[in-house]
Design a protein around this ligand. Structure first.
Ligand SMILES: [Zn+2]
Length: 413
């Protein structure tokens, strides 16, 4: 079963576990990093990875078991109603912020809170690097299904530069989006004095670094907050002071990316909640709900790197986010999709492993030229950076071809 090899002699990048293990229940490996406050990230940062227990099962699968057998969902819904009662406005003002793109998760979240629980949300969107046609269409349908929205589009020159630096320094071209995605809703919460922020799906569905986190109702402050000044903040792996000095950027150009600081939040009674903590989250059900109620449409064609059609469709750079994760951690988009579907009882593990074998790490060819141009990187340099980012404990070169040393589908051969 689980392929366990010691890699004592091989270099390990990013502080990943030297021994690669696959979950006994899904297809996830122990190499997956956890969501964190990325504002301190440099080339040398060590990642916190997904917790695996003594039986070799990942925390996401254990959480899925709790969802099935332990959590009292009626009780949780009561807590949600109490929460909404505490904040619901009756004077025509907004009472909660819902950050999102109009994808299936934010579609479901906004519609459910407004329609079923009588809330008055203001939706807030942080624009993708480059909208896809389907992403823009879904965003518009969401608004037209009945929501006020603020779209925040960052300075294009700065966003492109940060994306280029994040790719060169961290092989993480999605990082500038992550900063805004996490912060945009909170900034609007502060600006409009709406202290309740709802995110849809709990990220702990996909794993956490300790099982205790599954009991958390929302992100803790550490994910978007810094108590220090700019000296310790890095964007795209470059210190903020250096960005200002070397790249002709004003501090004002960077404000949307900087974590909130303690004094901004000091007396603000911010509450950040995952709707997925209160309501049992099933991505496929959420998808059907969004199709029915907010005009959401799946991608007309299969998404490169996976077999699914309904997640993460908005941004032309999405495929590169998953591809670089495949290079750095050996885990691509099909792994994440298959693991989730196994946990939600849609497919069994062997099917998941076959899907990973077939699709994981497929190169996102469709927008390749466009993204190279966007990042101002030529193809040769692109591949040089890709190969430099491969950790020797995960990759080997055989006959001129890069191969993963460990894969969930090797177990069955
Ligand atoms: Zn698992």
């Amino acid at each position: 079963m689980g392929q366990i090899t010691t890699n004592n002699e091989l270099e390990v990048k990013y502080g990943l576990p030297a021994e690669v293990k696959f979950c006994k229940k899904c297809v996830l490996s122990n190499q997956r990093p956890q969501p964190t406050n990325e504002a301190g990230f440099t080339k040398d940062s060590v990642k916190e990875t997904t917790f695996f227990d003594e039986e070799g099962v990942c925390s996401a699968c254990r959480y899925a078991e709790m969802k099935d057998n332990v959590i009292d969902w009626e009780e949780r819904e009561k807590e949600l109603i109490e929460l909404c009662d505490r904040f619901r406005s009756d004077d025509g003002s907004y009472d909660c912020i819902i950050p999102g793109s109009g994808g299936k998760d934010s579609g479901f979240t906004a519609h459910t809170l407004k329609d079923k629980y009588g809330m008055h949300p203001l939706t807030v969107t942080w624009a993708p690097h480059k909208y896809t046609d389907i992403g823009w269409k879904n965003f518009q349908s969401w608004i037209h299904s009945g929501f006020d929205n603020i779209l925040i589009t960052p300075n294009g020159r700065v966003h492109r530069l940060l994306t280029r630096l994040a790719f060169i320094n961290l092989l993480h071209p999605f990082q500038p989006f992550v900063f805004g995605q996490r912060l945009a809703g909170l900034r609007m919460a502060l600006k409009f004095n709406i202290p309740l922020v709802f995110h849809g799906e709990s990220p702990f569905e996909y794993g956490c670094s300790t099982m205790n986190e599954t009991e958390e109702r929302g992100f803790r402050k550490k994910y978007f907050y810094s108590d220090s000044n700019h000296e310790s903040i890095y964007l795209g792996g470059v210190n903020v002071n250096e960005l200002i000095k070397e790249f002709d950027i004003d501090l004002n150009d960077l404000q949307l990316y900087l974590p909130l600081i303690e004094k901004e939040l000091k007396d603000f009674p911010l509450e950040y909640h995952f709707l997925g903590y209160y309501l049992r989250w099933d991505p496929q059900e959420v998808y059907y709900h969004a199709v029915e109620n907010t005009g959401f449409e799946a991608n007309p064609e299969r998404t490169e790197g996976t077999y699914s059609k309904y997640a993460s469709l908005d941004d032309r750079i999405d495929g590169f986010h998953y591809y670089t994760s495949f290079i750095k951690f050996g885990l691509g988009r099909a792994t994440m999709d298959a693991a989730q579907e196994i946990r939600n009882h849609k497919i069994v593990r062997a099917e998941g492993a076959a899907l990973v074998k077939k699709y994981d790490g497929e190169f996102p060819q469709k927008y390749f030229k466009e993204i190279l141009e966007y990042m101002d990187i030529d193809e040769e340099y692109f591949w040089e950076l890709i190969d430099q980012a491969r950790s020797p404990h995960l990759w080997k070169k055989e006959g001129g071809v890069w191969k993963l040393r460990h894969a969930v589908f090797y177990e069955d051969q």
